[in-house]
Design a protein around this ligand. Sequence first.
Ligand code: HEC
Length: 398
Amino acid sequence: MTKITTSLLALSLAASTMMAEGVILAQKTDRDVTKLTPESKAWGYVKPTTIHLYPQTALTMNDKKANALNEGAKAKEARVRAIHDEKNIAFLFEWPDGTRSIQRGYKSDVYADGFAVQFPVKYDDPAKLPYIGMGSDGRAVVIHLQKAVEKVYEPNGNGDVGMQQNILSKNAFGDETAEFARKVGALAVKDYQRSFVSEGFRSMTEIKDGSEEFDADMKYDNKVWKGTLIRPLKDSYLNLEGAFPVAFAAWDGARLNRDGQKLLSSWIPVKLVDSNGGEKLVSELTAAAKGDAAHGKELIEQNGCTGCHQISGLSPKNYMAPGLDNVGGYSTNAYLRESLLDPSAVVVPGYNRNAHPNALWYNLDNGKRVSTMPPYPLDEKSIEDMVAYLKSLKSEVK
Ligand code: HEC
């Protein structure tokens, strides 16, 4: 009997090591995963998946200082672990950050480190996933956002109240100090933890009706942030089963990161251990581009793509169409293919006229956004070669 169980266990382990690279295997447990914290020992039993976070270079921001600070930003290597208990799923997301930036009080010139975990509302067709930067028209995502904030009470914005109030002076003031601390705590800036449904940046709608239960936390240790996200597998917005895509984003406060200026992953498949289905999604999201990238590069030069798009080494900065320097890092093969064949299927959201004054990204046709990029209905091989080249566009990992 023991022998059979051991060999079954060996078999299931062999099966999981055979899974393609780049898949997050969510281990199953009998324990309640909602109790997990960034420091729980349980994470030590789960094998991490290495993922990469790329600077979102599609959009240029209005803030010149932030743009300069993020010029030539490098990609980061991060690690993800996941555990589910058939009701809830918990993720541990670890990413390096040399500086701990906390938002204190109401100061608006200080930007906090933070992270987001994103899920497509629909993922049955892996070729039609939402735009990676917070969804797109008709392709919604659910986003959970957590920022590093510190509870402080700053009536005058000078950040000096903490100095005046010394909890250790209880002897002199007795219970009054504790009572004061309690009042301050109640008034202080609350934890910044939110959920949104979004079909493109600036269309984000906060879910406030309490129907979206989740819990997130972040801890900084030794120049690494550890963030946890715990949420139900199923609720009124999402039904996560078999295998489904997830994406991670990280904001670096020291680089003035906020909104669209961040590091983000591509869609990464999560496979629920002990749950069936999702093989097609996993294989599509982990497949390498099969075209000839060198030939794709030639085609891109011949087809005038760089007249609108900035690709470092091929074209100068122009701030016209989305910058493509990291497009291969955060896009799937299917998304790049669709961009060439049907540019209006997903119109990159977040277009900012002030930052991209030299070109319109879309026109409105009865309220629907129509891309100004012409479609390229080339033969299949040419498309695959261009996709392979676009996939190679990503900054190196620091
Ligand atoms: C007339 C200008 C123009 C030309 C030429 C052009 N594009 Fe675009 N492209 C755009 C605009 C504007 C967008 C953003 C709107 C959208 O999503 O369609 C875009 C979007 C894209 C995207 C999605 C970018 C992202 O960040 O998700 C890709 C990929 C892309 N183009 C590749 C190409 C390639 C490859 C070529 C040449 C075969 C090309 N483009 C030619 C204007 C152009």
